[in-house]
Write a new protein. Structure first.
Length: 319
């Protein structure tokens, strides 16, 4: 009888607006979890997994975008003087040009403020925008079976003109200029429009080459252009071409971080949301990042959601 009264009281309180219950709670603030090691100094693992984009992650429970979350983690690290090194655990085929550059920029800003070593550890995939992010580090380690490379730019767009014609639908746009609706998914692109897009792609490509040259100063621009033809490389091939510094495991990257920081011992830590279970250095940041990084290919639904029907410039490996 008492349980029934309590249930009734709770129900009435919810109706009155005194209690708000969400079936899908919003993510809480980041907290620190120790994974291994000992001592007062810390090595922070920052996860760069999945498609690099400025869109929120998750389906039922929304998570911050990858650039927003990494910015949040780096800000926390700035406020903790015991963080003496950072390891970027990269497992990504890349993503949009802007999102990739934002993460690269934030890591560079962090390094200027803290002046501590940042080591990149490429896992399954660290291609295109994933490699772009790795270039912000001081040392790049690639897992023996990882895939990297795919250095270049791709523009993704949809052309639904044939489909609309089949169903008897015609799209009409009224513009202020002949190229205002360039890239429209409702008509075939003209050769002049293709040339316009190519000029933009060439500009982003040169930006990518400059970032590679800054991150790999021992490589000449001639060599970089030879390597940056869009092909992928195994870890061994990337090492032979000077695109990475070491073939090794995540533990090797952590040891390299400790070595560069002058540490004999240190705690290995991560930042995570409440209810995100972290047990060891291979624990995924979230179930969504695990799903997105399980295989480098991106399904049609993801592309459609990302593009929103319009063209998108991407540093991404697109098999």
């Amino acid at each position: 009888m008492q349980c029934k009264v309590l249930s009734l009281v709770g129900y009435l309180l919810m109706l009155s607006g005194c209690i708000s219950v969400s079936l899908f709670p919003t993510p809480g603030p980041l907290t620190e979890t120790q994974l291994s090691g000992e001592g007062s100094d810390k090595v922070l693992i920052v996860d760069v997994s999945g498609l690099i984009a400025s869109t929120t992650q998750g389906t039922l429970i929304k998570q911050p975008s990858l650039p927003a979350r990494i910015k949040e983690e780096l800000t926390m690290a700035l406020e903790d003087p015991r963080i003496q090194a950072v390891v970027l655990r990269i497992n990504s085929p890349g993503g949009t040009v802007t999102a990739s550059d934002i993460i690269y920029h934030e890591i560079q800003v962090f390094k200027k403020k803290r002046d501590i070593p940042v080591i990149a550890s490429i896992m399954d995939v660290g291609a295109s925008g994933g490699y772009y992010v790795a270039l912000a580090s001081d040392h790049i380690v690639a897992h023996p079976s990882s895939v990297t490379g795919s250095l270049g730019v791709i523009m993704l767009t949809l052309n639904a003109a044939g489909l609309l014609e089949k169903v008897g639908v015609e799209a009409t746009s009224i513009t202020s200029g002949p190229h205002k609706d360039i890239g429209s998914p409702f008509r075939t692109m003209t050769s002049k429009e293709q040339a316009i897009f190519q000029s933009v792609i060439d500009s982003f490509y040169e930006q990518f080459l400059d970032v590679i040259h800054q991150g790999r100063p021992k490589l000449t621009m001639t060599a970089i252009r030879t390597h940056a033809d869009g092909r992928i490389y195994s870890a061994a091939q990337a090492y032979e071409r000077g695109l990475i510094d070491q073939v090794g495991y995540l533990e090797d990257a952590i040891e390299q971080a400790k070595k560069k920081a002058g540490l004999k011992k240190a705690k290995v830590v991560v930042y995570n949301r409440p209810r995100d279970y972290k047990h060891n250095i291979y624990s995924a940041w979230s179930q969504e990042s695990l799903r997105m990084s399980a295989f480098p290919q991106i399904d049609a639904f993801t592309v459609t959601r990302l593009l929103g029907g319009g063209p998108q410039f991407m540093y991404v490996w697109w098999p």
